[in-house]
Design a binder for this molecule. Structure first.
Ligand code: 5GP
Length: 211
């Protein structure tokens, strides 16, 4: 049996990451980590499914108690990955998926070198804005903050082990599964090499510039 792997997936808010992950892992035995957050529950979200919703005092107590594998502030709220379920599942041989921001992703990589970091790029920042506006779950001010954050996050994508463009959903699913299977086979070098190439950097620049 292959060793279980920890996959860290980052994507700007509104990038279609939820649909991509649901489709990619629908028939796979993986554990999705459920994070804690201080942000308000959105319409349609469920406690313990999308997040565990806590107040700032509760979150800060968890920080003090060292309950998190990583945590970060994103826009105006805290988000954190509880440590115990992640390690329990890895120990049982189940791959674990974390959907977290870039700050958290680099923290995980520091403490767990084996983690596989995957960044999902939107087709362009302009498209991201249109998707966030269409989703309609945030105010204009919140959308502006998230777009600013998205630009910052995209510029860090080149530090990830893999970068996937979510332009065509089926292609993005195929690319993600290819990454997962390569990591499981412990055959990462070919991919790493391709990411260090100029192509990845050019792709990232194009996503930021294109409206
Ligand atoms: P949203 O509010 O849209 O659900 O999430 C905002 C951002 O927080 C997204 O980039 C998401 O990936 C990130 N995020 C969600 N959970 C965690 C977590 O546990 N830790 C960190 N560092 N980021 C998280």
């Amino acid at each position: 049996m292959n060793r279980a792997r920890l996959f860290v997936i980052s994507a700007p808010s509104g990038c279609g990451k939820g649909t991509l992950l649901a489709k990619a892992f629908q028939n796979r035995d993986v554990y999705y980590s459920v994070s804690y957050t201080t942000r308000e529950k959105r319409k349609g979200e469920e406690e313990g499914v999308n997040y565990f919703y806590v107040n700032r005092k509760q979150f800060e107590k968890m920080i003090d108690d060292r309950d998190f594998l990583e945590y970060a502030r994103y826009v105006d709220n805290y988000y954190g990955t509880p440590k115990i379920p992640v390690f329990e599942h890895l120990a049982r041989g189940t791959d674990v998926i974390l959907e977290i921001d870039t700050v958290g992703a680099f923290q995980v990589k520091q403490s767990y070198r084996d983690a596989v970091l995957v960044f999902v790029l939107p087709p362009s920042v302009g498209e991201l804005m249109r998707r966030l506006q269409k989703r309609g779950t945030e105010s204009k001010g919140e959308i502006d903050k998230r777009l600013l954050m998205a630009r910052r996050e995209i510029t860090k994508a080149y530090k990830y082990d893999y970068v996937i463009l979510n332009d065509d959903l089926d292609q993005a699913v195929e690319d993600l599964l290819c990454v997962v299977d390569a990591a499981r086979a412990e055959n990462n070098d070919a991919f790493r090499h391709s990411l260090e190439s100029d192509d990845a950097i050019k792709l990232i620049e194009k996503v930021i510039i294109n409206a």
